[in-house]
Design a protein around this ligand. Structure first.
Ligand code: PAF
Length: 256
C-alpha cells in the first residue's frame, strides 16, 4: 500500500472510500467491497471541519493514524491518501448545498451538517475522479444525499456491520462508558423486533440511559413518513447515550 499526501499521486481509475479515520471493521468491509469492483482501492482520511456543528465535537473526534495505516494496508487498500487541508479547501473554495432531504432527521438536529458532507465529498470526487465510491448504509441519509451529487460516479451501497450484540459499528462507540456500551445494544434490538413505529418508540423510551432524538418509519425513496403503500420502508433511529450521538437504521422488509 502506498501512503500519499497529494491527489496527484493517485491512480487514474479506482474504487474510492472516503473516511474520517479512526478505522474499524465497518471501514474494512467497505475496502473489501471496493476491492471487488476495482483493483485500485483508494481510501482517504480527512476529518472534515465543515461537517461538525461544534468545535468541541471536532476536537473530540477520535484520531488513530498508526492503527489506521495498519488496518487499511491489511484490508485491500492500495493507496491511502492523507490530504492537507489546503488541498481540499484551497483559498476561495466554494461550498455546495445538499438537497432538501438534508433538512430532515439528522439534518434537523445538526443544521449545516450535510452541506459540509456534500461539499467535502464533491471536492474529494473532483480530486480522485473515481469510477466507483463505496458508502455504508449506516449513514443512510448521507448516502442518499451523496447519490444525488454523484455525477456519473457509481455509488456502491455497503451493508451495516454490527458488533456481536447488534450495535452498529461507529468510530464514536469508543466514547461510550462500559455501561453505556452495553445499553447501546437496545437500538438494534428494538429495530429488529418492532413491528410498528409506536412499538419502536416504546422499546427505546423504556431505556433511561438513552435520550431519543427520533425513531421513525420512512419511505426510503422520499424520506417522508412511510405510507401503507410504501414499497421500501426503513426504520431510522437517533439518540444519545453518555452524550454520544448514535444512529442506526434497518430495512423493514429485510428483517428475519
Ligand atoms: O461518513 C463519513 O465518514 C464522512 O461523512 C465522509 C463521507 C468521509 C465525509 O467526510
Amino acid at each position: 500500500m502506498k501512503v500519499v499526501t497529494s491527489a496527484h499521486e493517485l491512480p487514474s481509475g479506482c474504487a474510492f472510500v472516503p473516511t474520517m479515520g479512526a478505522l474499524h471493521a465497518g471501514h474494512a468491509s467497505l475496502f473489501t467491497i471496493a476491492k471487488k469492483v476495482h483493483t485500485n482501492v483508494v481510501a482517504s482520511i480527512f476529518v472534515n471541519p465543515l461537517q461538525f456543528e461544534k468545535q468541541e465535537d471536532l476536537d473530540k473526534y477520535p484520531r488513530t493514524p498508526i492503527e489506521d495505516i495498519d488496518l487499511a494496508a491489511n484490508s485491500g487498500v492500495t493507496h491511502l491518501w492523507l490530504p492537507h487541508y489546503s488541498e481540499i479547501y484551497p483559498e476561495g473554495f466554494s461550498t455546495i448545498k445538499a438537497g432538501p432531504i438534508a433538512n430532515l432527521y439528522e439534518g434537523k438536529s445538526r443544521p449545516g451538517h450535510f452541506d459540509g458532507v456534500v461539499t467535502v465529498v464533491r471536492r474529494l470526487f473532483d480530486l480522485v475522479k473515481p469510477n466507483f465510491a463505496v458508502f455504508g448504509e449506516k449513514d443512510f441519509q448521507q448516502l442518499i444525499l451523496i447519490e444525488e451529487i454523484a455525477q456519473g460516479i457509481e455509488i456502491v451501497r455497503a451493508p451495516i456491520i454490527r458488533e456481536a450484540d447488534g450495535l452498529a459499528m461507529s468510530s464514536r462507540n469508543v466514547r461510550l462508558t462500559p455501561e453505556g456500551r452495553s445499553t447501546a445494544a437496545v437500538i438494534s434490538r428494538a429495530l429488529s423486533l418492532a413491528k410498528s413505529e409506536s412499538e419502536l418508540r416504546e422499546m427505546l423510551s423504556s431505556e433511561p440511559q438513552l435520550t431519543l432524538d427520533y425513531a421513525d418509519f420512512i419511505d426510503e425513496e422520499t424520506f417522508q413518513p412511510a405510507q401503507r403503500d410504501s414499497t421500501s420502508v426503513r426504520a431510522i433511529v437517533a439518540g444519545w447515550i453518555n452524550s454520544v450521538r448514535l444512529i442506526d437504521n434497518m430495512r423493514m422488509e429485510a428483517r428475519a
